[in-house]
Design a protein around this ligand. Sequence first.
Ligand code: GDP
Ligand code: MN
Length: 402
Amino acid sequence: MNLHEYQGKSILAKYGVPIQKGYAADTVEEAMTKYDQLAKEEDSPFAVIKAQIHAGGRGKGGGVKLAKNRAEAKEHITNILGMQLKTPQTPGGMEGAGKQVNKILVAEDAYAPDFDACKEYYVSILLDRARQQNVIIHSVKGGMDIEAVAEETPELVHKTYIDPELGLQGFDAREVAFNLGLSGLAFKNMTKFIYKLYAAYLGADAALIEINPTLHNADDEIIAVDCKFSVDANALYRHKDIAEMRDTTEEDATEVEAQGYGLNFVNLDGNVGCMVNGAGLAMATMDIIKLSGGEPANFLDVGGTADAERVEKAFRMILRDDKVEAILINIFGGIVRCDRVAQGVIDAYKNIGDIKVPIIVRLQGTNAEMAKEMIDNSGLNVRSAVTLQDAADVVKSVLKTA
Ligand code: GDP
Ligand code: MN
């Protein structure tokens, strides 16, 4: 689960990681109140106005602006709140529709008073699955796209792997500070920064923490200016406070809805919708869709109880996607009986009414023959298939674009 920058920073602060101070707001009025408060606390009219969306590269799209006074702050806040922010990371990139900004962070100007003396580094912590170790990726080339840095100057991207038995050691933190070319107070502050950041990563069951830029200011302080924070959703049960930070408006609406019904749904780009029970069978079904010349429009595991209500909900979600040219239902009747699923499909079909795309149903297992007969005699635009190959062939025959 992804968090907003201001939420990630609030977790970092709990672990003692120095952060760029700031306050989040939903409206222009609230943001101006926060601005006034911050200006007073910092004794400076400078502030950075930052759009809060689940995507990076906001600066490139005009979602991060430095204000030198109150009037500029108001102007930036008014412009950014509610805007459709396009960044290289929002859907469709800079050419796409962007994401609406519903929240804003009013932050101190962490680069003051000596902007020119500031350095920006890249620091992230994540799990390297192949090595089964957490890794601290770091670079002196901060404040820019790390993929581009890795492409153009791979020698400037360093990785420090953490031994899972030993945990983060002093020499690991010092290696990071050394690779970043630091000495003296900055070296010391960076090792502390890494210690605390790693504690936050472990403590919050994070999947990723990326601080880009990590600021090295004129006073040799090391400060988290940006914060991309992603937590392991499977561990949320033990982090009630973090679970409450979920912002479903940032997630795919259909996927959020599916979770509410207990369906495991992932939106994809293809033209064949699929409805399957069991994740493994769903993967196999997506493979046969590809073999038939189609592309899966979604991954959908309806779970053990493929009853009429769930089938209908699943149907409606798939049909909302106008790229869908056919729907393949592939159910193995182990616990659930095939005739019940068939009845579910028929009932759902009748309830929804005007389904225009062809539906191919493959039911195997308990009462499969009875189910096939029910489908074949239903008089609906539903075709049954017996083997996976049959199913693939029928899908192929109905696709316009295969
Ligand atoms: P991103 O574009 O989504 O990655 O957002 P960031 O939080 O990284 O901000 C983008 C850029 O704005 C940073 O790389 C900095 O150069 C700049 N920036 C962020 N905070 C400050 C600040 O406090 N003062 C100044 N002068 N620039 C800032
Ligand atoms: Mn950034």
